[in-house]
Every structure is written in C-alpha cells, then in structure tokens.
Design a protein around this ligand. Structure first.
Ligand code: HEM
Length: 184
C-alpha cells in the first residue's frame, strides 16, 4: 500500500506540473485572443479553465497521497508552512511555497466578485511566481528527477512556458493585441 501511495504521489506531482505548464501557455494564448487551428478563441478559454482546474486537482492528490504515505513523513503543517520538513527542507519547502501560491490563486478566483477586477488581475502574476518554484521543487525533491523521462518532461514544460512568456513580452504580442483592439 505504501508503494502505491508513493507511486500515486509522484505520478500526480508530475501530472500537476505538466498541467500547470499547459495552463500557463493556454493563459498566454487566451490573453492574445488568437485561435488555434481547429480551436476557436472561446474554446481556448474553456480548455484553459479546465486544464487549470485539473492541475489544481492533481496538486491536491499529490499532497494528500504524500501526506498519508509513511515514507514521505509529512505533517499537515508541512503542507502550508514552508521549510519546516525533516527531509530536504529547502526543496520540499519550495513545494509548500508553490502550494500556498496556488491556494492564493484559488481563493482569489473564488472570491473574484467580492475582491473586484483589480485584485483578480493579480492571478496571472501569482501563477507566474508559482510555476518556477514548483519546477525547482520537482527537480530538487523528486525521486524520479534523475531519470531521463523526468528530464525530458521537465525540459519540454520549461521550453513551452519560456516560449509563451517570451512571446507575451515581445513586441509581436503587443502589436497583434493593439491591432485587434483597433479593429474592435
Ligand atoms: C504546486 C504544488 C506542487 C507541485 C506542482 C509539485 C510537484 C512535484 C513533482 C513534479 C515532484 C517529483 C515527482 C517525481 O519524482 O516523480 C514532486 C515531489 C515531491 N513533492 Fe511535490 N509538488 C507540489 C507541492 C508539494 C507540497 C506542498 C508538498 C508537501 C509539503 C510536496 C511534497 C513532495 C514530496 C515529499 C516529493 C518527493 C516524492 C518522491 O519522489 O519521493 N509537494 N512534487
């Protein structure tokens, strides 16, 4: 049973990281307002939302399974208070920081009508802060971090997010978004 919990804990961590990365890329695409071949703009918005929800669910599965896994030796405090763990406190603590940032995203999204648009606009910044912290946590804490498949999955995720952020900051993104606004 311990082995099963450990396997689910690792698999859900990797799945969460891939989904978080996909969600960042889709978020940038949503902001650009551009369609993809075979996927109109409204569908990208919906897929972005669903992928973000799935990523959150997998992070939940990751922390819950590892909490019940005796090998991981986690306490409930370790889930929310960073750098207190017995095992690899720095790398595990980064996971906790990422988890806290994710909680802030979820709470902000749930309370968006009360908090107002200005506060809601903090969500992408929280995600941009969370993503690299989660990547470092996975590389530093994961048993699978030394394996080829893990390195490939992480490298592809990093390349995809780096490409999306580069495009977001480039003048091509600003130009296409200005020309769309002019058309409207
Ligand atoms: C956004 C939040 C998080 C993400 C995306 C994430 C992702 C990951 C990834 C990708 C791994 C590597 C799995 C592998 O080796 O195959 C991992 C490992 C691990 N994570 Fe997280 N994590 C998050 C939060 C947390 C939190 C809050 C804790 C608990 C304090 C935690 C505890 C662990 C532990 C103990 C491992 C090592 C598992 C092992 O390989 O033995 N993680 N995590």
């Amino acid at each position: 049973m311990d082995e099963v919990l450990w396997a689910i804990g690792r698999a859900s961590g990797v799945t969460a990281l891939v989904l978080l990365s996909t969600s960042v890329v889709l978020g940038v695409l949503t902001r650009s307002g551009r369609p993809l071949p075979g996927l109109p703009r409204f569908a990208i918005v919906l897929v972005h939302r669903d992928v973000a929800l799935a990523a959150t669910a997998f992070v939940g599965l990751h922390v819950l399974t590892l909490l019940f896994d005796p090998l991981a030796q986690l306490s409930v405090t370790d889930l929310v208070v960073p750098f207190m763990g017995e095992f690899r406190p720095l790398w595990q603590g980064l996971g906790t920081v990422a988890f806290d940032l994710l909680l802030a995203v979820v709470i902000t999204a749930l309370l968006r009508h009360r908090l107002g648009l200005r506060t809601y606009r903090a969500v992408p910044w929280l995600v941009y802060a969370m993503w690299p912290v989660a990547v470092l946590h996975g590389i530093g804490n994961g048993t699978d971090a030394g394996t080829g498949w893990f390195l490939v999955v992480t490298a592809v995720s990093v390349a995809a997010v780096a490409g999306a952020v580069w495009w977001r900051l480039s003048r091509w993104f600003a130009e296409s978004s200005r020309s769309r606004q002019a058309v409207r």
